[in-house]
Design a binder for this molecule. Structure first.
Ligand code: ZN
Length: 147
């Protein structure tokens, strides 16, 4: 969902059966403010928050490989700690990620051995493990009707 906690977000979180939510935020304070609002909205409608991902965590220069913290760095990790939810990982601002995504073959498909693909894989594994645990818990917690 796009940032915000307006009618669209609220309607989806109330009417679509959601196993959990992942909050994606850039590292700077102003973005984390929105992330916090989103988190509170999901908590209000009883959708478990699986964790926070820091997007555009740093810029990797395509020429020299140097890292620059354009939007600051580490804010989402600190926020996750403060809010007592999992930090799922960071995704850099990187030309290859942008190009492969816009081209319809995300980096995980186009360049699966790259460190960026590995970052996505780590996040996906973490989310999968948490979602699976929630679904298994729901399955065992559902009351059985005995005739
Ligand atoms: Zn450079």
């Amino acid at each position: 969902m796009p940032p915000g906690t307006g009618d669209a977000q609220l309607t989806i979180s109330q009417q679509v059966p959601l196993t959990g939510a992942v909050i994606v935020s850039t590292p700077q304070d102003i973005a984390l403010l929105d992330a916090r609002k989103g988190l509170n909205m999901f908590r209000q409608v009883d959708v478990p928050v699986l964790g926070i991902v820091e997007n555009m965590s740093y810029f990797k220069c395509p020429h020299c490989g140097e890292h620059t913290n354009i939007f600051s760095h580490g804010g989402a990790k600190d926020e996750a700690k403060k809010l007592d939810i999992d930090f799922l990982g960071e995704i850099p601002l990187d030309i290859e990620i942008r190009e492969t995504s816009d081209g319809g073959h995300p980096i995980i498909d186009k360049n699966p051995d790259s460190p960026h693909a590995e970052a996505y894989r780590q996040i996906a594994q973490h989310v999968w493990a948490k979602a699976t645990a929630i679904l298994e818990h729901k399955a065992t917690a559902t009351p059985k009707i005995v005739m």
